[in-house]
Design a protein around this ligand. Structure first.
Ligand code: BV8
Length: 229
């Protein structure tokens, strides 16, 4: 079976990574929409660098691990019977740490930086700031997180659209369905006659568009669903 799976912050919640819209949905007291924009970075680079440096340090502090949902998707990716495109809105590396061989990070990756002068994208496991030097071109005060901010073009939309159009099943896991174009993928699937399934803790903005919804924590529901496939 051809599968396209889209994951959101909900799949990492049980690993201890706060979601955006839960009660703890603010980051250091900021709304994501107010700090995750090019304008915010232009206006206050230190605030935005700190926002991402804190999240990166947390991700790497040894307390955050893949949960059974990440592990089940990695097992699914290795099965020979199914073709899987795993798309995530998350910027953490928990799918990779769980063993998923290929992950399409449509909103970028916290553990990579990008140079605004030469465009180089390089691994980043330390704090970055205005005094950071680009490992590729050697310029200073030119690094930003390799993350897609609001108003910026997500990564891999063409590949995602093509995969959805030829899929047998589109599954959204742990996403509130509020941020576009990711929230529109279920409509792309329905227009292409593709079956759609939502696995989420609670009702999402897109729940009514899915053929089937399964309610509960991803760590419980996803392994059950993968075992049924
Ligand atoms: C773009 C990286 C142009 C940064 C992120 C007005 C109307 C409609 C759209 C717009 C509009 N104004 C502007 C827009 C476009 C805008 C947008 O959609 N804004 C929203 C706020 C209205 N989108 C953009 O700007 C995008 N770019 O449009 O460019 C374009 C587009 C196409 C073609 C050409 C040009 C770029 C958006 C990317 C922004 N970057 N992340 C960072 O992380 O810091 S967004 C970020 O927020 C995430 O990546 C994710 O996408 C989103 C959060 O959503 P979720 O992942 O769903 O997480 P959330 O907390 O919301 O929900 C968690 C869910 O899990 C909940 O439902 C909960 O019930 C559930 N859950 C919780 N625990 C569990 C669980 N489920 C299962 N198990 C559990 N244990």
């Amino acid at each position: 079976m051809n599968l396209v799976i889209l994951t959101g912050a909900g799949i990492s919640a049980e690993s201890g990574v706060p979601t955006f819209r839960g009660p703890d949905g603010l980051w250091e007291g900021h709304r994501v929409e107010d700090v995750a924009t090019p304008e915010a970075f232009e206006r206050d680079p230190l605030l935005v660098h700190t926002f991402y440096n804190l999240r990166r340090a947390k991700l790497l502090d040894g307390t955050i691990h893949p949960n059974p949902a990440h592990l089940a998707l990695a097992k699914l990716a290795r099965s020979k019977e199914h073709q899987l495109l795993l798309v995530t809105q998350n910027i953490d590396d928990l799918h990779e740490r769980a063993g998923s061989p290929e992950v399409l990070h449509m909103h970028g990756e916290l553990l990579k930086s990008r140079c605004t002068d030469c465009g180089a994208v390089t691994p980043c496991r330390e704090d970055i700031g205005r005094s950071s030097v680009c490992p590729a071109c050697g310029h200073i005060d030119c690094l930003r997180p390799h993350v897609v901010w609001f108003g910026e073009m997500p990564i891999g939309l063409d590949e995602i659209g093509a995969a959805i159009s030829r899929a047998d099943l589109f599954v959204a896991i742990g996403t509130s369905g509020l941020v576009y174009p990711a929230a529109g993928f279920v409509s792309w699937a329905r227009q292409a006659g593709v079956r759609t399934l939502e696995i989420n803790l609670e009702e999402s903005a897109g729940s009514g568009t899915f053929h089937e919804t399964r309610r509960g924590p991803a760590g419980e529901i996803v392994p059950q669903w993968v075992a049924e496939l």
